[in-house]
Design a protein around this ligand. Structure first.
Ligand code: SF4
Length: 211
């Protein structure tokens, strides 16, 4: 895709939403990491619903360890894979207390060693908490980037590499949030709302479908 068009696309994103925010509600860095971990295979809305109560009583690794795995499971049982997620949260919290004085590490290799945190989650955490220019690729980012024509790759790792290469650096910080929100509300999986999309004049999917 032509670089001028890519710039126009991201200028449109910026114009439409200058400061995109993650929709996960979290009162501090630790709870943000926990919310990111919980959001695997589920919506931010469902995560916020359970964490609203959980974080009232436990918003630090020590407090989560204090309530114990069974009580934690009770709070998050409406989420998919809650057994595994609860186990990972306990291990991750223990790790943070023992190795990082309860702080969140700011290096990808260290984050990816935390139970339940993969590359995408590490990117989201580094981007949101530490202001690094990483682009997390989830299912929305993957789908929207392909439809627009920013990439033709099908794996999150390759899409991430393409986006890092072609998206101008000044847009890296917000690129993932813009693409996620666009995929969540406009460029939805089954029936993208192309007629109301501010990218339709640049989008490969829209132009090739003659909308
Ligand atoms: S024009 Fe359609 S396919 Fe392209 S980004 Fe917008 S909603 Fe998605």
């Amino acid at each position: 895709m032509n670089q001028q068009i890519i710039i126009k696309i991201f200028e449109k994103f910026k114009q439409n939403n200058p400061n995109p925010k993650s929709e996960l509600s979290a009162p501090n860095d630790y709870t943000f990491c926990i919310s990111v971990l919980l959001s695997a295979q589920t919506t931010d809305k469902s995560v916020n619903k359970v964490t609203e109560e959980l974080f009232k009583i436990a918003d630090t690794p020590e407090k989560i360890l204090g309530i114990g795995e069974d009580k934690l499971k009770n709070y998050i049982k409406s989420l998919g894979f809650f057994n595994v997620k609860a186990k990972n949260i306990m291990l991750l919290s223990k790790f943070l207390v023992e190795k990082y004085q309860s702080n969140i590490p700011n290096k990808r290799e260290e984050l990816e060693k935390l139970p339940g945190i993969g590359r995408k989650s590490a990117n989201v955490i580094l981007n949101r908490i530490f202001n690094f220019n990483f682009i997390g690729v989830d299912t929305h980012v993957l789908r929207v980037s392909n439809r627009i024509g920013l990439t033709t790759c099908e794996t999150p790792m390759k899409v991430e590499q393409d986006l890092i290469k072609i998206v101008p650096i000044e847009f890296h910080k917000n690129a993932s949030d813009w693409l996620v929100l666009h995929g969540r509300y406009v460029c939805v999986a089954r029936k993208p709302k192309c007629s109301e999309c501010f990218l339709k004049e640049f989008c490969k999917f829209a132009t090739s479908s003659n909308l």
